[in-house]
Design a protein around this ligand. Structure first.
Ligand code: HEC
Ligand SMILES: [Cu+2]
Length: 487
């Protein structure tokens, strides 16, 4: 009896403690410190930037009335080599302009729908506390502007996007970007800040199919994208468009995911994030390899570049990176730092491998043959160059040099030139076992590359005419003949 009384007392105390703590949580639950009675005493115009650049932090201390002007432009641009798409953009590019404000700022937002546009649009900023993130307040027809004002209550990195019906289609066509709400005192200084945003495109043709591509609603509903890209197009932030930093410098990445469907497993090959602002908020995680960026979400990742080389920024759902375009690059220039890393770097192996299906099984794949008229030598070389980049460059390198001991060279290859079939068999069947190329032994596996007759003819013609292999024209008819002989 007595013991029971004690137990009851204990339970009652516990319940009271829980209620009390819940209550005190509620009191602090606003979670931000913005004095709504204070009005800023200055007005500034927001500086907006295109990816991968980020506007600088405002040098003056304190809050301001910030005027943001964002123009919606519908335009046809490159999605991949030889592939065009009609994008709907916030500011003329995908992703939309980067907006940088401070917690507590009053933002006077002006959205302009260019008169040449065909459709109404609006904006939903996840940084806005208010109905639809401003969507209803900003809906405008072409040739009109809308304005609303919001107070930036919470700090963090936020996605904005169009929210006009059909919402999925407006997002799928490129209508998203990032807005950073800095803490009042600013973020700690770093040497470089970059803006990277991943997203998918759903096209009527499959990856790499030439010409203008339309949006494919069915694929979007099935969540089967043909393209998953960084900064709006294949190669928009890699190759010649790569970012550049120096050894010893610090980098902060503002990473967004426009979706519309996929979640990104964001990873930098060759680095470890010293700091991640999880989901773009204030929670900091340290020593992270891969961070999840949800559709309609963001993250901030920071690292120091200790050694020279090329860093590959990927969605580690890895087929998206190597076969659908989800790849960006940062070149780190400077002296080798053997105290951190020593050894042979084969960064080239990570270059995009393209879309053709590769197999090392001996069973021949049935490949769809399109009824394409024979091309001229010039046409084959032009088409072959793109096919080479997509399907061969990852191993044989852009200049055909290969990697000694692993991937044989295609430059002045005695092995290739000795073959009467010009290497058609090597490409279509793959190759394994020991071979000699220009006096060097190779014993490795080349997968069969699933190309149709027209594509195989073009890529081989390109190799014959570009890497000092004595020229020559391989026709689709010749490839077909080779196929028939093998049957
Ligand atoms: C995944 C890597 C890889 C890809 C992709 C690849 N190859 Fe190869 N290739 C190899 C390897 C490895 C060998 C050597 C195989 C061996 O050791 O038997 C080779 C051998 C060759 C050879 C004969 C050796 C020489 O140097 O002349 C030719 C020709 C060739 N590849 C052409 C191509 C073409 C054209 C493409 C694109 C359509 C291509 N390869 C795609 C890895 C690759
Ligand atoms: Cu829109």
């Amino acid at each position: 009896m007595k013991r029971n009384t004690y137990l009851n007392f204990f339970i009652i105390t516990l319940v009271w403690m829980m209620l009390f703590s819940l209550n005190s949580c509620k009191d602090k639950s606003a979670g931000y410190q913005v004095d709504l009675t204070k009005l800023p005493d200055r007005e500034v115009f927001a500086e907006l930037t295109d990816a991968p650049y980020v506007p600088p932090s405002r040098p003056e201390k304190g809050n301001a009335f910030v005027r943001v002007d964002l123009e919606i432009i519908e335009k046809t641009e490159r999605l991949a080599d030889g592939v065009d798409y009609t994008f709907w953009t916030f500011g003329g590019q995908v992703p939309g302009k980067f907006i940088r404000i401070r917690q507590g700022d009053l933002v006077e937002f002006h959205l302009h729908n260019h008169p040449d546009n065909l459709l109404p649009h609006n904006i939903d900023l996840h940084a806005v506390t208010g109905p639809g993130g401003g969507a209803e307040a900003s809906l405008i027809a072409p040739g009109k502007s809308a304005q609303f004002t919001f107070r930036a209550l919470n700090q963090g990195l936020y996605v904005y996007h169009c929210a006009t019906a059909p919402v999925g289609m407006h997002i799928a066509n490129g209508m998203y970007g990032l807005i950073l709400v800095e803490p009042l005192e600013g973020l700690p200084p770093v040497d470089h800040e970059f803006y990277i945003m991943q997203s998918e495109f759903y096209t009527t043709g499959s990856f790499g199919e030439k010409g203008h591509q339309d949006f494919d609603m069915q694929k979007a509903m099935d969540e089967r994208p043909d393209y998953v890209v960084m900064n709006g197009a294949v190669g928009a932030a890699s190759g010649n468009n790569r970012m550049k930093v120096k050894v010893g410098e610090t980098v902060r990445l503002f990473i967004g995911n426009g979706g519309p469907n996929l979640v990104s497993s964001f990873h930098v090959i060759g680095e470890i994030f010293n700091k991640v602002y999880v989901e773009g908020g204030t929670l900091i995680n340290k020593d992270v390899q891969t961070t999840l960026v949800p559709a309609g979400g963001a993250a901030i990742a920071e690292f120091k570049c200790e050694v020279p080389g090329t860093l590959h920024l990927v969605d580690h759902s890895i087929f998206r990176a190597f076969n659908k375009g989800a790849l960006a690059q940062i070149e780190v220039q400077g002296e080798e730092q053997f105290a951190v890393f020593t050894g042979k770097q084969k960064e080239e192996v990570y270059l995009p491998e393209g879309s053709a299906i590769q197999s090392i099984s001996s069973g021949k794949r049935q490949i769809e043959q399109l009824d394409i008229p024979e091309k001229t030598l010039e046409e084959r070389i032009t088409a072959g160059q793109i096919l080479y980049k997509q399907n061969c460059m990852a191993c044989h390198m852009e200049n055909g040099s290969g990697i000694t001991g692993t991937f044989p060279p295609l430059v002045n290859s005695d092995f290739l030139q000795a073959r009467s079939d010009h290497g058609i068999g090597v490409v279509l069947d793959g190759l394994q076992g020991e071979i000699m190329v220009n006096g060097v032994k190779y014993n490795n596996i080349m997968p069969a590359v699933s190309l149709n007759d027209d594509q195989a003819a073009s890529v081989i013609t390109y190799v014959l005419n570009n890497f000092d292999n004595g020229g020559g024209l391989v026709t689709a008819a010749k490839v077909k003949e080779w196929r028939n002989e093998q049957k």
